[in-house]
Structure formats: structure tokens, C-alpha cells
Design a protein around this ligand. Structure first.
Ligand code: DGY
Length: 326
């Protein structure tokens, strides 16, 4: 009997490819670049499963191009704003993601950005490399204190909670806002639920961990920057469009806030004009989950989902569970 076919839209860890190959006929895009929509449609044609990335827009057109034998699209990411959920459900195609395994890496990266902005690390590094350092000075690169300051968390999901736990090491006061309160976590962590306005006004560090939804697009824009402390730092390792990047450039330029640390951008890989010229922002290329163990763990979930679904079992994760009931 011929093996079911799987298409992988970009290279993921070899261990994960090998695991897929042990069961299926696997084709991988070996070029280290995202496929164009036309290439994607061409490549998924006739496949039983597709491993997609957050850079692949899985629309109804792509699913139609894949064909009726396609049972599952497994995203190699926890975020799934690249999926057209309705289109997949209408076609009875299961969509999956990789929750849980990248919380530590993403929360650690959030702190990396937070500490780097607070202590002006990128700016100071550039200063030394460009030969400007003349010797020690007391007033040199004075940044911000972190210990015992207030950390505001927007979105208290798995990653937001992980950030809160890590913040205990710095003895930070934790406030959060979410669509729902989590009293059990409040009891465990001492985090305090506040409304969005209080979150903006009281946070010394504001970190964003909301999913990208119509309601969270431009969650932070000009009105929000105006409410923040002049000494506040904004960290975004969620999705770029959660922050209005034009408003952010203006806020950083006008020093409405102290600085920002960004892992994600509104129109990746493009960066809003003006942002790169500013010293009070750290810009990194969407690498919050980029650790070896995390990458393999993400792949393990992808493999388990595809193996389960193509063998007639339930996936281990699913973002359109309605399809399992059809
Ligand atoms: C995700 O998984 O959604 C991240 O943005 C990339 O790992």
C-alpha cells in the first residue's frame, strides 16, 4: 500500500522530518524561504497533510488546491492567525498548533528584551564597537531599575503566566489584564487583575501576550502610549499587529515612553520607517521560541498530530475542534 503524502513548507529539525518519513511519503521545501501563495498551492496539491509555518496563509484557496484527501494542516507554531478557521472547518480539515512547549523559551526571551531595554544593552554594545568608549563614567548609560518595579501583563495565557513566574526572581509587582480573571493564578502568584487603563498607567514594564484577533489589533496605539509612564518599557513577543507601529515610532521619538523591545512586527519582515533609526528600541527578528529543545518539541507535536490524524485517531491539539464532531 502506498504511504500517505505530507508536504512541509520549510525546513524544520531533521529529527522531526525523520519521524514523519518513518510513516509517510514526505516532501520538504529545502529552500530556506517562505513559499509564495502560488507556489504553496502548487506544492500542497494532492497531499494528505501539510506542515505549515506562521508565514503561510492557509486560506480556502490553498485548501481547495490541496484537494479533498487533505485531512490536516499542522502549524509549526502556537499562534495560528495565518489559518482561515472557517474555511478549514467547512472543508472538514483539522488545523493544529503547538501550545505549551514554547512557553519557557518565549518568556525567557521576553525577559531578555525587557532587561536589555532597561539596561540599554544594544546601545551600549554599539557604543563600544564604534570606538567611542573613553573609560568608566558614573553617568554613563544609566538605564532603569527592574527589581521591585511593576510588571504589567496583557494576556494571561500560558506564556503570560510563565513571564509572571519568572518575574518573581526580580521581586516584581505583577498586574495583568485579560478577557477573564484567573483567581487561582492570582492566589499562586500574587498577580493582581486590573482594567486596561490601570495596566497602562501603572506598568513600569508592559509585556504583551494576547493572541492576534480583530479585538487585539492595535491594542496599543497613540491613546494608550499617552496613558503610559514616561519611564515605561513596552515589550512585544506576541504578534506585530497588536501594536500600531506608526504610533510606536512616534511615541519612541517623542519619548512618551522610555523604550521598547520588539520580537514581532506589523508587516514582517518589513520594519516601519523610522524605527531602525531610534536608539530606544531593540529589534530582533521573531526569534522568541528559537532554542534547540523548543524547536524539536514543536516538531514533535506536529508529527504526533499528523500521525494521529492520518491513522484515524484524534489529534493531540486542535484549533478548530468543531471539525472533530462533524
Ligand atoms: C509561534 O509559535 O506562534 C511563534 O510566534 C513562533 O514560534
Amino acid at each position: 500500500m502506498s504511504k500517505a503524502s505530507v508536504y512541509v513548507t520549510r525546513l524544520i529539525p531533521q529529527e522531526n522530518i525523520d519521524a514523519l518519513r518513518s510513516e509517510f511519503d514526505v516532501e520538504v521545501n529545502m529552500e530556506d524561504r517562505a513559499l509564495s501563495p502560488a507556489e504553496l498551492k502548487e506544492k500542497v496539491r494532492g497531499k494528505s497533510a501539510v506542515v505549515s509555518l506562521l508565514t503561510d496563509n492557509i486560506t480556502g484557496d490553498v485548501l481547495d488546491a490541496a484537494g479533498p484527501q487533505c485531512k490536516i494542516v499542522a502549524n509549526y507554531a502556537v499562534g495560528f492567525n495565518n489559518f482561515d478557521l472557517k474555511a478549514a472547518t467547512a472543508r472538514k480539515i483539522i488545523l493544529t498548533n503547538t501550545p505549551g512547549v514554547l512557553d519557557d523559551a518565549t518568556a525567557t526571551h521576553t525577559f531578555t528584551l525587557l532587561l536589555s531595554v532597561a539596561r540599554r544593552i544594544a546601545e551600549a554594545d554599539k557604543f563600544v564597537r564604534t570606538g567611542k568608549w573613553q573609560g568608566w563614567s558614573p553617568m554613563f548609560f544609566v538605564g532603569l531599575d527592574v527589581d521591585r518595579r511593576t510588571l504589567g501583563i496583557a494576556g494571561l495565557g500560558r506564556i503570560g503566566k510563565n513571564v509572571a513566574r519568572k518575574a518573581r526572581g526580580f521581586d516584581m509587582r505583577i498586574i495583568y489584564n485579560d478577557v477573564q480573571r484567573d483567581q487561582a493564578f492570582e492566589a499562586e502568584s500574587g498577580a493582581v487583575f486590573v482594567d486596561k487603563d490601570t495596566l497602562l498607567r501603572e506598568s513600569d514594564y508592559l509585556t504583551l501576550h494576547v493572541p492576534l484577533l480583530p479585538e487585539t489589533r492595535h491594542y496599543i496605539s497613540t491613546a494608550e502610549f499617552k496613558k503610559m509612564k514616561r519611564t515605561a518599557v513596552l515589550i512585544n513577543a506576541s504578534r506585530g499587529p497588536v501594536v500600531d507601529e506608526k504610533a510606536l515610532v512616534e511615541a519612541l521619538r517623542e519619548k512618551l515612553i522610555f523604550g521598547a523591545g520588539l520580537d514581532v512586527f506589523e508587516n514582517e519582515p518589513s520594519i516601519e520607517p523610522g524605527l531602525m533609526e531610534l536608539d530606544n528600541v531593540i529589534i530582533v527578528p521573531h526569534v522568541a521560541s528559537a532554542t534547540p529543545d523548543t524547536r524539536i518539541a514543536m516538531g514533535n507535536i506536529v508529527v504526533a498530530n499528523i500521525s494521529n490524524v492520518l491513522n484515524g485517531r484524534q489529534p493531540v491539539t486542535c484549533v478548530n475542534p468543531e471539525v472533530l464532531k462533524i
